[in-house]
Design a protein around this ligand. Structure first.
Ligand SMILES: NC(=O)c1ccc[n+]([C@@H]2O[C@H](COP(=O)([O-])OP(=O)(O)OC[C@H]3O[C@@H](n4cnc5c(N)ncnc54)[C@H](OP(=O)(O)O)[C@@H]3O)[C@@H](O)[C@H]2O)c1
Length: 313
């Protein structure tokens, strides 16, 4: 039994964590000399072409992140279960990011940042309350549900949108293309926590932004995308910010990463850019959850978070 760590990130901290959490499990990386016939598990993030071939004893591929789009187009993907990361650590980080940026918009913090730099003392004496602001979360999965609960606790008026109907306590839900219009029409801050699949690619485009609420207390709709860059059409985001269709955008993910130096998003006055850090997979928490799954699998128990290849997430 061997674990192969195949990642575009620095593998060292991962190898070290796996080794200390499960000393009986040999851990290798693609450059090592090792017996490929002994590899039962792969922990992967964007593995290089060929890294997953010729592993006859492979039982499970673990994605080192919650998303698995980095594996979906992989040529010769071995026919074994793919398991995505689900850890409280990652979920909590994402909710912090979403709550932070919703609060920044609610409290008009960007305006006060600019005022400070210009030494302007100007107060909004009747700011909106959280309950006046309708947040719409695209994706009512592990991340979307946690963010929705925490935003609701802050008082925001939250709704979610998913592919299939979901009944979740505490907030309203909409589903499918047929539920999308009603969901968008009641949304002041659109939070995207969708996986990237053939169905969702490019979904954050002008046609969708034009259907967002225009009668809200924030004076126009805002976008927060922490899902994947392939979900958004950046040209549309810039054009919609410039003509007022969108009032502001917080983007953690981009069509091309790192974000190219000549992207207009970098310096756009109404865009907040973060470098794909909304919910980083920490080696410690992620390796812990994978080791737990390996132990469960070795004990004959079912794996959790197995990806449905037909759905793509
Ligand atoms: N930026 C970062 O650092 C970062 C970190 C972690 C994760 N992410 C991204 O966040 C995504 C979501 O993670 P998760 O753990 O919450 O995933 P999840 O539990 O699988 O939930 C995905 C949600 O998206 C919905 N969905 C999928 N396809 C849809 C479609 N075509 N139309 C409408 N809804 C659709 C699903 O609907 P159903 O409920 O009907 O299945 C589900 O509610 C990941 O795939 C990853 O891309 C980003």
């Amino acid at each position: 039994m061997t674990l192969l760590v195949a990642t575009t990130w620095d593998p060292e901290p991962w190898v070290e964590r796996f080794q200390s959490l499960m000393p009986e499990l040999p851990v290798v990386i693609p450059g090592d000399i090792f017996d490929r016939r002994r590899v039962s598990y792969v922990a992967a993030w964007g593995p290089k072409s060929g890294a997953l071939s010729g592993l006859p004893a492979l039982e499970v591929i673990f994605s080192l992140g919650a998303g698995v789009d980095h594996l979906m187009g992989y040529p010769d993907l071995p026919p074994v279960p793919i398991v995505r990361v689900m850890s409280d650590d990652l979920t909590t980080r994402m909710s912090e990011y979403v709550v932070l940026h919703c609060l920044l918009y609610l409290r008009d913090q960007r305006r006060y940042d600019a005022q400070q730099r210009a030494k302007i003392w100007e107060q909004d004496r009747s700011p909106p309350r959280a309950s006046d602001v309708r947040v719409g979360i695209m994706g009512v999965g592990v991340l979307g549900q946690d963010a929705a609960r925490k935003l609701s606790m802050m008082g925001f008026d939250v709704a979610g949108w998913s592919r299939t109907p979901r009944a979740v306590d505490g907030f309203e839900t909409f589903a499918g293309r047929e539920g999308l219009d009603a969901f968008l029409a009641r949304t002041d801050i659109l939070v995207c926590l969708l996986p990237l699949t053939p169905e969702t690619r490019g979904i954050l485009n002008r046609t969708l932004f034009e259907r967002l609420a225009r009668d809200g207390r924030l004076g126009g709709p805002f976008l927060i995308n922490a899902g994947r860059g392939g979900l958004q059409i950046e040209q549309d985001i810039v054009a919609c910010l410039d003509d007022g269709t969108l009032k502001g955008a917080t983007l953690d993910v981009f069509e091309t990463e790192p974000l190219p130096e000549d992207s207009p998003l970098w310096l756009h006055p109404r865009v907040t850019v973060t470098p794909h850090v909304s919910a980083v997979s920490s080696p410690d928490a992620t390796a812990r959850s994978i080791v737990e799954q390996i132990r469960r699998h070795e004990a004959g128990e079912p794996l959790e978070g197995v990806v449905d290849l037909a759905r793509g997430y």
